[in-house]
Structures are given as C-alpha cells and as structure tokens.
Design a protein around this ligand. Structure first.
Ligand SMILES: NC(=O)c1ccc[n+]([C@@H]2O[C@H](COP(=O)([O-])OP(=O)(O)OC[C@H]3O[C@@H](n4cnc5c(N)ncnc54)[C@H](O)[C@@H]3O)[C@@H](O)[C@H]2O)c1
Length: 286
C-alpha cells in the first residue's frame, strides 16, 4: 500500500520504535494519529508536522473504551483511517515462580489486550477503505522464550497467535495484517520496565537491566521503524527485525525443545567477555 496521503494511527508513539514510526510515516507523506500515555513525550513530536497532518492524543491502550473513542476521533479528524500500528508495550523481568500477579496483569493489559483493543476499535474503519494495513508488534520473544520473561513471552506469543489467526479471518478482505518480531532494538523499553530477576534468577534492578539491554540491543529504533514502514508498503505478513532475530529464529526452529541449551552457554560466554572487557578498562585508562 502506498502511504502518501494515507492516515496511519500509531500507539506508544512517544518513545523508541513508535516515535521513529511517526517521523518515517510523515516522511512517506502519510498523515499520522500518534498516541501514548506519556503526553509530555508525545508533545515532543509536535514540531514535526502541522495539526492537519499530525494528531497527538493521550491514550492508555489497556483502556478499551478510550481506544474506541480515539479511533472515532481519528476518523473524525482526518475523514478516514487506513492503518493502525499496535506498538505500545512494556517490559517485565521476573522468575515465574515469584511473579506478582499485579505485574503480570499490568503487562498483559498493555502488551496483549492493548493490541486486541486497537485491532477491534480500528477494524471497522480499515474495512471501509479500499486498502488498509494492520500492524501488530510482537517480538523475537514471541518466537522463542528465555528465563525471567514468562509474562512478556506469553503476551508476545499471544500477539503472534492472535494476529496470525486474524490474518486468516481477513483473508478475503482489503486489510493486510503484518506481525512484527523485532530482536534487540535500542530504545527505553528496559528503562521503562519493571525488573525483579535477571536471566540467572538473581535479584536485579531497573538500572542493571537497562545497562545489560543497552549492551546487547544491536538495531536502532529508526532502522526498526524503516523496516516496518517498508513491510507496510509491501503488504508483508511477517517481519523479523535484526540479525539477532533472524539467527535465533533459525536456532529455535532447528531445535524447538532444546534451543536454551545452545543459547544459555552463548550468553555465559558473552557475560565472560563483557566482564573481561570491563576489568581491562581501568588499566587501559591508567
Ligand atoms: N526494544 C526492543 O528490543 C523490542 C524488541 C521486541 C519488541 N519490542 C516491542 O516494540 C514495541 C515498542 O517498544 P520500544 O522498544 O519502542 O519501547 P519504548 O519504551 O521506547 O516505547 C514504548 C512506548 O509505549 C508507551 N506505553 C507504555 N504503556 C502504555 C500504555 N498503557 N498505553 C499507551 N502507551 C504506553 C510508553 O510510554 C512508550 O512511549 C513494544 O511493543 C515492545 O514490546 C521492543
């Protein structure tokens, strides 16, 4: 689908991938409805385009009624809606046996129900257009699991299952459904998350998790957004972003029951190399 003069709605647009989606969509000539719980962050997008091309709205994706009202407001503002990117998401790290149910529900309400809310609210508008695009952001962690990520893994696997079934329900329609599986993307997701345990089950903090994440995330948010925009233009059904996502997807397919036995030693090796690098730094400086 050509994006010029199309109206695309983006959730979680104040930061990271969502923020870069807004600028890339505007560069394609699209009109954008951007929403987030972080209104201050969203306001940072205002210089990018006039109100006729960029609508900013405070929205909590877990609020079904608010999502329905936002979809109606977007259609009213622009006169049409041609695409929705259900992007908003949060992170949680916790040993599955000790996970506070409150945190589990917090994550699911945003990462899974937020996607369902966005899909259901926008679908009637998308179905009234000659061509439309519905993009749901899952994750590499919607293809394979790692320790301490049971809630995030469950929600992202659920987004994948939901979106792949939805795609088949819409097979005779004008709406193309794209499921996106990014690997590590350099954003604030770890910094904005709740983190109790690391991959080894040890107690951790938000700062430590964010530092680890910053060391392993390889792809920029802008590159991720560009890949998503390209997939929308091509009508692609499934998109993996980053060489980490592509490699680990192959490993989990080859070894579906035992991929952790390959990945965890690789992680231990990475940890050793990082520690060695950190230990060698004072002598280099001195
Ligand atoms: N960064 C990665 O490595 C990575 C990898 C795979 C998938 N993803 C997914 O990509 C998406 C975007 O994440 P990001 O990495 O850009 O993170 P980010 O933290 O930079 O941005 C996420 C945005 O979502 C917003 N948000 C949080 N809760 C919300 C709510 N209830 N309602 C509306 N907005 C809310 C935040 O305010 C923030 O602006 C998420 O779905 C995430 O799970 C990220």
């Amino acid at each position: 689908m050509k994006l010029n003069n199309k109206v695309i709605a983006v959730t979680g647009a104040a930061s990271g991938i969502g923020r870069c989606l807004v600028s890339n969509l505007l560069a394609e000539g699209a009109k954008v409805a951007a929403s987030d719980v972080d209104l201050q962050g969203l306001e940072g997008l205002r210089p990018l385009a006039p109100e006729s091309d960029l609508m900013l709205s405070e929205l909590d994706v877990s609020d079904r009624q608010a999502m329905t009202s936002w979809a109606a407001a977007v259609a009213e503002h622009f006169g049409q809606v041609d695409g929705i990117i259900n992007n908003a998401g949060v992170a949680l790290s916790c040993h599955a046996g000790e996970q506070p149910r409150e945190d589990f529900c917090w994550l699911f309400d945003i990462n899974f129900w937020g996607v369902v809310n966005g899909t259901e609210a926008f679908l009637p508008y998308l179905q009234s257009r000659p061509q439309a695009s519905l993009v749901n952001i899952s994750s590499l962690f919607g293809l394979m699991s790692v320790p301490s990520q049971s809630a995030y893994n469950a929600a992202k696997f659920a987004v994948r299952g939901y979106s792949e079934s939805l795609r088949q329900d819409l097979r005779h329609s004008n709406v193309v459904v794209t499921t996106v599986h990014p690997g590590g993307i350099q954003t604030n997701i770890a910094r904005n998350g709740r983190h109790h345990h690391d991959l080894d089950g040890q107690p951790t903090t938000v700062a430590a998790t964010a530092e680890l994440f910053d060391n392993i995330a390889r792809t920029s948010a802008d590159a991720a957004a560009r890949a998503i925009v390209k997939a929308m233009k091509r009508g692609q059904r499934r998109l993996l972003i980053g060489s980490d996502a592509r490699l680990l997807d192959v490993i989990q397919r080859l070894c579906p029951a035992y991929y952790d036995r390959i990945l965890l030693p690789l992680k231990a090796l990475g940890d050793r190399l990082t520690r060695r690098k950190a230990e060698s730094q004072p002598s280099t400086r001195g």
